[in-house]
Design a binder for this molecule. Sequence first.
Ligand code: GSF
Length: 204
Amino acid sequence: MKLIGATASPYVRKVRIVMAEKKLDYQFVQENVWADDTHISASNPLGKVPCLVMEGGEAVFDSRVIVEYLDTLSPVGKLIPSQGRERAEVKTWEALADGVMDAGILARLEATWVHRKDSERSQAWIDRQLLKVNDGLKSMSQGLGDKPYCSGIHLSLSDIAVGCALGWLEFRFPEIAWRSEYPNLGKLLDKLMQRPSFADTKPA
Ligand code: GSF
């Protein structure tokens, strides 16, 4: 399997962490989707990473579909419960974490995308997205409480997705003081960072 991605992308990191936790082999092909000469649309018509390319050449995207597929490949370290309420709970944590990243990325692009003139940037739009980031963080912190992991008593995709969102915020929005406001989230990220899967994929 070939994973097309970038080391700064939190969605790509989620997939790489799942690969590592499940001890799956893959080739990591780095692609700058923002470069004029990117070939990403040959694999993913949406022009986004991550994109998994299978042995037969078929492409699988987006990150939620990829991680769900990877979890079926081996019984090692099951990350998504197979059915019922537990499954819905883990998928909702992932949707929450992905939603925080989506909003953060929209805010960042509004402020920094090179093809937008300064007069075209909307502070109201940035504020709207940052409110989602802050509300999402609050909800994560309340959901985690003083439990060791987000869902159940073991590592699951919930923790991986939340860890990727927190790590990305620390990387791109160091001014958001989520560690002091939500110490339980800081504790969770510090614990996750002790795993090689997280330590080896720090955003860069
Ligand atoms: C989001 C992927 C995405 O936005 C997923 O895979 O879960 N829901 C999708 N990827 C970004 C890179 S990043 O900001 O992490 C991307 O490829 N953007 C290129 C573009 O043209 O939007």
